[in-house]
Design a binder for this molecule. Structure first.
Ligand code: 5MM
Length: 341
């Protein structure tokens, strides 16, 4: 492993003014997104949609540091035969790859999940590196509910995240470590804070045990936020203040950067929260975005599967990417939302 090179890639992924496009929806998830815009989820439509994003020259070259791809996409070519990975590289962004293989029910722990995909991971990473991937992603899913999460679910998921991260670094690939505490329930922000604290502490403990070099990774966490069904929704300032406090307590300064998931927040909420955190300032790591839904909902709607809407889809993507890029520097303002380029 060359740690200096891993650190260089990790720092590039969290460059202020840029962030990561999470375009790694698995087949089931992209089908759900396409169903919502009444587009059939065929291989060609998935390719056309992602090609539209990667050919958004302004967004990709100015505001996107890296793109997380799904296995199908990393092997796909654009309509003119250019590999999609090349389009990303040509824009100056770094190609990355989701390497987990989804979740399975965790035995003895009703309602809880464990992320799988460690078998043959070393071999798969080698192929992805040859194809151009310089970072990877693995997502653990932790749900909050009555009696959950159990320490069992937190431990097995943290262990798998660290096993994955160590294998990535051995393959000269920067691991994005994503322990996602879901915001689906009716819990309040303080319960989210407590659970996320336990999850992050266990994750960093496992990363240390398995000798993962913190300078060569990026953390992708949820924010400390109220559950979607909670009657009392925390304000933007409370989310920002509590998330920064939580991260300062759990994430070593050796980690170059933190790229948040959006987790079901609205587009503008996800931007406002990131912006408010960066306005707090004096942080030991860079804070940016690695959004899926909060970057793509608008372009998906604008595109709606029609070739004549490609330019509108690209404008919508560029706008959201720019808003989040400003938020990564604490320079976003709500008034800018009206001025779609
Ligand atoms: C883009 O969605 C990613 C893939 O999800 P599935 O494996 O469930 O299909 C997802 O991991 C994503 O990268 C993160 O959850 C962040 O996306 P959001 O939409 O929460 O910002």
């Amino acid at each position: 492993m060359n740690l200096a090179d891993l650190n260089k890639v990790a720092l590039a992924m969290v460059t202020p003014g840029k962030g990561i496009l999470a375009a790694d929806e698995s087949s089931g998830t992209i089908k759900k997104r396409f169903d919502a815009i009444k587009v059939e989820s065929t291989e060609e439509n998935r390719r056309d949609y992602r090609e539209m994003l990667f050919r958004s020259t302004e967004a990709m070259s100015k505001y996107v540091s890296g793109v997380i791809l799904y296995d199908e996409t990393i092997w796909q070519n654009a309509k003119d035969g250019t590999p999609l990975v090349k389009l990303i590289e040509q824009s100056g962004a770094i190609p990355g790859i989701k390497v987990d293989e989804g979740t399975q029910a965790l035995p003895q722990c009703p309602g809880e999940l464990v992320t799988v995909g460690l078998d043959k991971l070393a071999e798969r990473l080698k192929k992805y590196y040859e194809r151009g991937a310089r970072f990877a992603k693995w997502r653990a899913v932790i749900d909050i509910g009555s009696g959950i999460p159990t320490m069992t679910a937190i431990s097995v998921n943290a262990h798998a995240l660290a096993r994955y991260a160590a294998l990535c670094q051995a393959a000269q690939i920067v691991p994005i470590v994503e322990p996602e505490v879901l915001m689906d329930g009716d819990h309040d922000i303080d319960r989210c804070y407590d659970v996320t604290q336990r999850v992050l502490n266990k994750t960093f403990q496992e990363l240390r045990v398995q000798r993962v070099e913190l300078e060569g990774m990026v953390l992708k966490p949820n924010m400390a936020i109220s559950g979607k069904k909670c009657a009392k929704q925390a304000s933007v300032d409370e989310v920002a203040e509590k998330t920064v406090r939580l991260l300062k307590a759990c994430v070593p300064a050796a980690v170059p950067g933190i790229a948040f998931l959006s987790g079901g927040q609205s587009d503008e909420e996800a931007t406002a929260h990131l912006d408010a955190m960066n306005r707090i300032g004096n942080l030991p790591w860079k804070l940016t975005f690695s959004y899926g839904r909060a970057l793509q909902a608008a372009p998906q709607k604008a595109w709606s599967g029609k070739a004549e809407n490609v330019a509108a889809g690209q404008r919508a993507f560029t706008h959201r990417a720019r808003m989040n890029a400003l938020a990564s520097k604490g320079e976003w303002e709500t008034g800018l939302e009206k001025k779609v380029a």
